[in-house]
Design a protein around this ligand. Structure first.
Ligand SMILES: *Cc1c(COP(=O)(O)O)cnc(C)c1O
Length: 426
C-alpha cells in the first residue's frame, strides 16, 4: 500500500479531504492521462482504457489506487480496476443479461425472483467500476441514483406484495446514494408491516471505506434489522481503513457478510481463499457466498472452471472453521443462486448412510428404525402459512403437493399435446 502523499498528484491533499468520501468520489480516476500519472500501464491496459470505456466506464477511487502495485501487471487489486482490451472480446457463451434480472422485473430496477424477497437496484452508481462487474449492462450508465418516481414505484410494488419480507437494496452500489435519499427509502420500507429485513449490497467498505461515516451508521441503526453484504475478493483489500469501516458497521449491530467472486488470476487459489476468509472473520465479516463468475459480456477472461470452485470448497470444508466457509454459487438464466459442493454422501441403504469426510475417511451413520417424522398438529403455524400450499419445486414434491414436475417444451410433451388435440377432434 502506498502513502498517498508520496503520489505527485495528491501530495498536497489534506488528510481531512482524503478521508472525505465525497472528495474521493470527485477525484476518481476516469481517464487515461491521469491514470498514467499514477500507474505504469502495460500496452493491453493502455489500449484497454481507450477502447473499453464505451462498454463500462472506468472510475477508480484514489484510495483504491494506493492499494495497487504500480509496477505489477498481475496485481490482484489492479486487475479488478483497470480495463484491458480483453473486455472487448465477446464469447459465444456471453449473455447481455445472464441473470434475467430484467426478464423477472415487474417494475424498473426491481427484480422479484424468489417467493419472499426482492432485489431493488436504487442507483447505477458505484465508487469504483469493477472490471468483472456482472451488471455491466447498466452499471455506471448514468453514474446516478434512480429518480424519486422510480424509487417510489419500486416501494409501491413492495407495499402491494405482502409475501415480501426482505428487501435487498443494491445497484450499482446502494451506499453511493446520499444519506438523505437512503434514509427516505429505508424509512418508507420500515412503514410496511410485512418487511422484516432490509439488506444493503455495497462494495464501499472495500473500494471507498470513507463512505462508512458516523452519520451513516447512526442513521442506519435507527431502522434495525439492517443487514449488509459487501465484496472483498482478495485479502489485500483488508486495510486499516476498510477494517475501521467494517467495525463501525458491526459495532452498530449491522451484521456484515461477504460475497466474493471467483476471479481468474485474482483469487482462483485455495490458499488465497483461505487467507481471505481468515482475514475477514478477524474483522467480524462472515463469508456468505463465493460466486462463479457470471456469463456477462466481456468478462470471459475472469472466468474459471466450476471445478476450481469445487476445489476451493474441498480445501476449506473441514480444514477450517465452518463459519468461515462461503457457499459456492452458480447464478444463471433466472434460475437464481444454485449452490454446488463436492459430494460427501457416498452410498445409502434403508438403514445406513455412508459418508466421506474431508480427510477421505469413510464412515457409516445408522438411521433409526422408526424414522418417519409425523406432525403432532399441536401448533397453529400451518394455518398461518400452509406448508403444503406454499412451496414450489422439489420441496412441493416432498410435501406431497405435487407428484411430478415436467418440462413444457420436451418432444414427448409436444407429442402428447398433439395426440390430445387429435383425440378431441375425433
Ligand atoms: C441474490 C438475489 C437475492 C438474494 O438472495 P439470497 O440467497 O437470499 O441472499 C434476491 N433476489 C435476487 C434477484 C438475487 O439475485
Amino acid at each position: 500500500m502506498r502513502d498517498y502523499r508520496e503520489i505527485e498528484l495528491w501530495k498536497d491533499v489534506e488528510e481531512d479531504e482524503w478521508n472525505d468520501w465525497k472528495w474521493q468520489l470527485r477525484n476518481r480516476i476516469m481517464d487515461l492521462d491521469t491514470l498514467k500519472k499514477v500507474i505504469n500501464l502495460t500496452p493491453i491496459e493502455d489500449e484497454g482504457v481507450k477502447s473499453s470505456l464505451g462498454k463500462l466506464r472506468m472510475a477508480i477511487t484514489p484510495y483504491w489506487i494506493t492499494l495497487i502495485d504500480k509496477d505489477d501487471p498481475d496485481d490482484p487489486i489492479r486487475r479488478q480496476a483497470i480495463p484491458t482490451i480483453k473486455e472487448l472480446e465477446i464469447k459465444e457463451e456471453d449473455i447481455f443479461d445472464p441473470l434475467f434480472e430484467e426478464v423477472d422485473s415487474p417494475v424498473k430496477g426491481l427484480t422479484h425472483r424468489y417467493p419472499d424477497r426482492v432485489l431493488f437496484l436504487i442507483t447505477d452508481q458505484c465508487g469504483m467500476y469493477c472490471r468483472h462487474c456482472t451488471r455491466r449492462r447498466l452499471a455506471g450508465e448514468r453514474d446516478k441514483t434512480r429518480t424519486k418516481e422510480e424509487l417510489m414505484a419500486g416501494i409501491d410494488y413492495i407495499r402491494e406484495h405482502t409475501e415480501i419480507n426482505d428487501v435487498l437494496l443494491s445497484g450499482g452500489d446502494a451506499l453511493l446514494v446520499s444519506d438523505n435519499i437512503l434514509e427516505l427509502i429505508i424509512k418508507e420500507l420500515r412503514k410496511i408491516p410485512h418487511i422484516d429485513v432490509i439488506r444493503i449490497g455495497t462494495r464501499a467498505p472495500s473500494t471507498l471505506p470513507m463512505r462508512i461515516t458516523d452519520n451513516l451508521v447512526e442513521m442506519l441503526k435507527k431502522y434495525h434489522p439492517i443487514w449488509l453484504n459487501t465484496q472483498f475478493n482478495h485479502y489485500k483489500e483488508i486495510t486499516d481503513e476498510s477494517k475501521k469501516a467494517i467495525l463501525k458497521l458491526v459495532d452498530a449491530g449491522i451484521p456484515v457478510g461477504n460475497q466474493s467472486v471467483l476471479l481468474k488470476g485474482i483469487n482462483d487459489c485455495p490458499i488465497i481463499q483461505k487467507k481471505l476468509v481468515n482475514e475477514l472473520v478477524k474483522i467480524r465479516v462472515r463469508p456468505y457466498y463465493l460466486y462463479q463468475c457470471d456469463l456477462s459480456q466481456g468478462i470471459s477472461h475472469f472466468r474459471t472452471s466450476v471445478g476450481k470452485g469445487i476445489e476451493i470448497i474441498e480445501n476449506l470444508r473441514g480444514h477450517i472453521s465452518g463459519f468461515k466457509i462461503p457457499t459456492y454459487i452458480i447464478d444463471t438464466l433466472g434460475g437464481g443462486k444454485i449452490p454446488v459442493f463436492p459430494d460427501y454422501l457416498i452410498s445409502m441403504s434403508d438403514r445406513k448412510v455412508i459418508l466421506r469426510n474431508y480427510e477421505g475417511g469413510i464412515f457409516s451413520y445408522t438411521e433409526p428404525i422408526d424414522k418417519i417424522s409425523y406432525c403432532p398438529k399441536n401448533c397453529d403455524l400451518c394455518d398461518k402459512e400452509p406448508y403444503l400450499e406454499s412451496k414450489d419445486g422439489p420441496a412441493s414434491m416432498l410435501s406431497g403437493k405435487r407428484l411430478l414436475i415436467e418440462p413444457t417444451e420436451s418432444q414427448r410433451i409436444k407429442r402428447r399435446n398433439g395426440n390430445n388435440t387429435k383425440h378431441h377432434k375425433q
